[in-house]
Design a binder for this molecule. Structure first.
Ligand SMILES: *Cc1c(COP(=O)(O)O)cnc(C)c1O
Length: 499
């Protein structure tokens, strides 16, 4: 008898996953397999494939929390099997979410008495929070227009072109026009004056961003409020403001308590914040709070009776995990104002170390601001032979994940690299990153230029009626035709054009 020297198929004798047949069969990718496999093998195989993902701690692209204390990890694991929506069964979890809403509303200076309950809700992230806030504005505006006997079928929102993609989603999913204030080279946030000019009778709200995704800059919500108060007085409208404080909502109250951006401004009716960004919780939690009960139309709220009390719910999803709510409560009471302030100050200090390190190389223009989310956004002073995308690619080899992206219109000729400084990014890492960037620059100097002297993405069409140059630009998975500023000039010149 000839014995096969491949591993035996009799699993009874196989105790090592690596000696089993499971590591030499290719994994199912399309159809669910017919048979089961041992749990050890499933674990090992999946774990090993996941090794090829980047290391989240070195992912400098993301604002989202990648480290929490082991004590909180324990709480998270202990509640991973609780469905948040079962409020009858888990009344304490519900109570913890309500406490978080109250604390966040107070943090944002909602006009509340000491023991008054705030109006707000925990969400999956700022995206869901923004959908809810947007729906509340849309419904309020529609109700008012109906009552006045005016048409209510063309709602719009005014924002800067720097808005996060979730606003574009809101606009498309819920049929609201997004009127974007264009940026310009050197000015990468919404200009409040231009925004207020764009407001009309169909504007359901102006959305300001506290902490632009692109360069961390805070928009001037106070100026926006003052200009809009004036415009409302002149027109008789009452256009409100929403603040998208996804990244800045847990920064401004601790680093810049005097900055007025929140419910201290009368037209600010709702604010969202991502618990999973500087709220310091792992991915999967956001918050939206309203100034008053009147700002959230009652018909959008579903009432659930739990233990005799009325639990209003207003979310897009029904079931979800409880862990993130519990983790947020942990962070709020564990750190308190003192802890959050210290964390944010450390982030800011390390941001300065990184920024100064980059400035010293004399190779970069810094496009992030001193006041804002602790991040450094920078572009090459000279990108005629190598681009920011190449810098990003080459840093991957050192383990760093740093995104490069182009600015929205009309600043699309600018490409930036962005490093978000999170809690777990220490000074040592900041110094290390500067050294590695210097190394990359030295390597690039020795490489031949790979810059392609043509439009790098999209399709170029010149319009029939004039010399307008249109380019189809991809942003996420959306495709938009855009006019290229000075496009023709650039095309005929020898300079590279990156859209
Ligand atoms: C991150 C971000 C969002 C989206 O938030 P999620 O919590 O990821 O859903 C929206 N707006 C801004 C300004 C952001 O930075």
């Amino acid at each position: 008898m000839v014995l096969s020297h491949a591993a035996s198929d009799s699993d009874a004798s196989v105790h090592s996953t690596f000696a089993s047949r499971y590591v030499r069969t290719s994994l199912p990718r399309f159809k669910m397999p017919e048979n089961s496999i041992p749990k050890e093998a499933a674990y090992q195989i999946i774990n090993d494939e996941l090794m090829l993902d980047g290391n989240p701690r070195l992912n400098l692209a993301s604002f989202v929390t990648t480290w929490m204390e082991p004590e909180c990890d324990k709480l998270i694991m202990a509640s991973i099997n609780k469905n948040y929506v079962d409020m009858d069964e888990y009344p304490v979890t519900t109570e913890l979410q309500n406490r978080c809403v109250n604390m966040i509303a107070h943090l944002f200076n909602a006009p509340l008495g000491e023991t008054e309950t705030a109006v707000g809700v925990g969400t999956v992230g700022s995206s869901e929070a923004i959908m809810l806030a947007g729906l509340a504005f849309k419904r309020k505006w529609q109700n008012k227009r109906k009552a006045e006997g005016k048409p209510f079928d063309k709602p719009n929102i005014v924002t800067g072109a720097n808005v996060q993609v979730c606003w574009e989603k809101f606009a498309r999913y819920f049929e609201v026009e997004l009127k974007e204030v264009k940026l310009s080279e050197g000015y990468y946030v919404m200009d409040p004056e231009k925004a207020v000019e764009m407001v009309d009778e169909n504007t359901i709200c102006v959305a300001a961003i506290l902490g632009s995704t692109l360069n961390g800059e805070f928009e001037d919500v106070k100026l926006l409020n003052d200009l809009l108060v004036q415009k409302n007085k002149e027109t008789g409208w009452d256009t409100p403001i929403h603040v998208d404080a996804a990244s800045g909502g847990f920064i401004a109250p601790f680093l810049y308590p005097e900055l007025e951006w929140d419910f201290r401004l009368p037209l600010v009716k709702s604010i969202n914040v991502s618990g999973h960004k500087y709220g310091l919780v792992y991915a999967g939690i956001g918050w939206v709070v309203w100034r008053n009960k009147e700002d959230l139309p009652d018909e959008l709220i579903f009432h659930i009776n739990y233990l005799g009390a009325d639990q209003p719910t207003f979310t897009l999803n029904f079931s979800k995990g409880s862990s993130q709510v519990i983790a947020q409560y942990y962070q709020l009471i564990r750190l308190g104002h003192e802890g959050y302030r210290n964390v944010m100050e450390n982030c800011r200090e390390n941001m300065i170390v990184l920024r100064e390190g980059l400035e010293k190389t004399e190779r970069f223009n810094i496009v992030s601001k001193d006041v804002g989310v602790p991040l450094v956004a920078f572009s090459l002073k000279d990108n005629s032979s190598h681009t920011e995308f190449e810098v990003s690619d080459m840093l991957r080899r050192y383990g760093w994940i740093l995104p490069a992206y182009t600015m929205p219109p009309d600043a699309q000729d600018i490409t930036v690299l962005r490093v978000v400084i999170r809690e777990d990014f220490s000074r040592t890492l900041a110094e290390r990153l500067v050294i590695d960037i210097e190394n990359v620059m030295r390597e690039l100097d020795e490489l031949p230029s790979r810059v392609i002297h043509k439009i790098s993405i999209g399709e170029v069409k010149s319009e029939a009626n004039g010399d307008k140059l249109m380019v189809t630009v991809k942003k996420g998975d959306m495709e938009k035709p855009r006019e290229v500023s000075n496009g023709l000039k650039k095309l005929v010149s020898d300079k590279p054009v990156f859209c």
